[in-house]
Design a binder for this molecule. Structure first.
Ligand code: HEC
Length: 113
């Protein structure tokens, strides 16, 4: 009997914690989505359409020296932010060019579902 009580308590506690952590996950996914939307909004605010188009040209001419171009939509914002600093140091691009290229890639990145 004691054993049964213990098992019941254990399972209830487990359920309780499982629910807590899954709620947390849903909340952080939503935050992430809002975050990406505001990153894109602020880039569109800061860079003109012409500058973002320049970013596309910069990307297409500077980033295919060692490998095929990866479609901007092939990665989400977080993935681009992770890989870009590792890649632009391998190019001759200046800060201004990198900023436009980043604006192009991030505004065209895969959106969170
Ligand atoms: C000097 C060569 C070189 C240049 C120039 C270069 N890359 Fe790369 N890139 C690599 C190599 C090597 C890899 C694969 C190994 C690695 O991740 O370091 C790679 C991998 C990648 C990947 C895939 C990484 C992943 O984990 O999925 C992306 C995306 C990428 N590069 C983007 C870029 C962009 C954007 C530029 C232009 C700013 C660029 N690359 C310029 C050499 C280069």
């Amino acid at each position: 009997m004691n054993k049964l009580k213990f098992i019941t308590l254990f399972l209830t506690a487990g359920l309780f914690f499982a629910q807590c952590s899954s709620n947390k996950k849903v909340a952080s996914n939503t935050d992430k989505k809002i975050d990406d939307v505001s990153i894109v909004a602020s880039l569109n605010n800061k860079f003109s359409v012409e500058q973002i188009n320049e970013g596309k040209t910069i990307y297409e001419s500077s980033c295919k020296k060692c490998h095929e171009l990866y479609a901007p939509e092939s990665r989400d914002i977080a993935a681009w932010e992770y890989i870009l600093p590792k890649m632009y140091v391998r190019t001759e691009l200046n800060k201004d060019e990198v900023a436009k290229m980043r604006a192009y890639l991030l505004t065209h990145a895969k959106r969170k579902a």
